[in-house]
Design a protein around this ligand. Structure first.
Ligand SMILES: Nc1ncnc2c1ncn2[C@@H]1O[C@H](COP(=O)(O)OP(=O)(O)O)[C@@H](O)[C@H]1O
Ligand SMILES: [Mg+2]
Length: 228
């Protein structure tokens, strides 16, 4: 693979839920380290596209290729392994484990991968510092604000050194000030680690954070020329 080739490519995806078409010929690509914003009205297929790209949902037709390998040619176990080792996820509501402290939450992907507690938590704290939440390590998710929780969730997504982060409305539940802060920290941290980001968002000023914008309408994705 040459440096110029895309990391993740989707071609002509179709996906229906019963008689409801969620994707209707959507194509998409992202390069290593690139931040691509996925925009579009509610119900247009953004989340379905993200779930297909991440190998969580299988499209009815069309192809998805990650680093030259077709997702549909992999076994379920291979796809899960790919999600664990190469992908990170951030959702609208952090989805942190309420019983664990923040540092335990961030360390969790490393612990599941077999890392020792001390090593995992040391790495976790490095990412929490990067996201400016290292002082919250001992707190539980119920004791921190929405914006802080999202920054903890972003640290957790980055902790296992993924190649791609999938973020679905990561600021959707935040006020605009906290939303901008989270967007800034997410994209800066990803850029510093050379992680690509598929960023589904309603954030109006998204062009300030993304390298490229894609709009989804009626299940079709269209690249916008980005004045970057
Ligand atoms: N699990 C599902 N079951 C049934 N319909 C779904 C499901 N997921 C999405 N849809 C439908 O597919 C369309 C696209 O949804 P979605 O991808 O969630 O859009 P967006 O994220 O842009 O709001 C919508 O009409 C939605 O109702
Ligand atoms: Mg959605």
């Amino acid at each position: 693979m040459t440096p110029a080739s895309p990391l993740l490519v989707a071609h002509d995806l179709h996906k229906s839920y019963g008689s409801t078409p969620a994707l209707d010929g959507a194509s998409f690509s992202i390069h290593p380290g690139e931040v691509v914003a996925v925009l579009g009205p509610s119900g247009s297929g953004k989340s379905t596209l993200l779930h297909c790209l991440a190998g969580i949902v299988t499209p009815d037709s069309g192809t998805i290729t990650y680093a030259g390998r077709e997702l549909s040619a992999m076994s379920d176990a291979e796809r899960s392994a790919l999600r664990r080792s190469e992908f990170g996820f951030v959702f609208q509501f952090g989805q942190l484990v309420p019983e664990l402290t923040c540092v335990e939450n961030v360390a969790l992907p490393l612990r599941l991968g077999g890392a020792r507690r001390k090593d995992a938590e040391r790495t976790a704290l490095r990412w929490m510092e990067r996201l400016e939440v290292d002082d919250l390590g001992a707190k539980r998710p119920g004791e921190v604000s929405g914006g802080q929780g999202q920054r903890v969730a972003i640290a957790r997504a980055l902790v296992s050194s993924p190649k791609v982060i999938f973020a679905d409305e990561p600021t959707g539940a935040l006020d605009s000030l906290n939303g901008e802060r989270v967007m800034n920290l997410l994209t800066e941290a990803a850029r510093s680690a050379d992680v690509a980001v598929v960023l589904v968002t309603h954030e109006a000023r998204v062009a300030a954070y993304s390298d490229r914008d894609v709009t989804v309408r009626d299940g079709r994705a269209r690249d916008l020329e980005h004045a970057a």
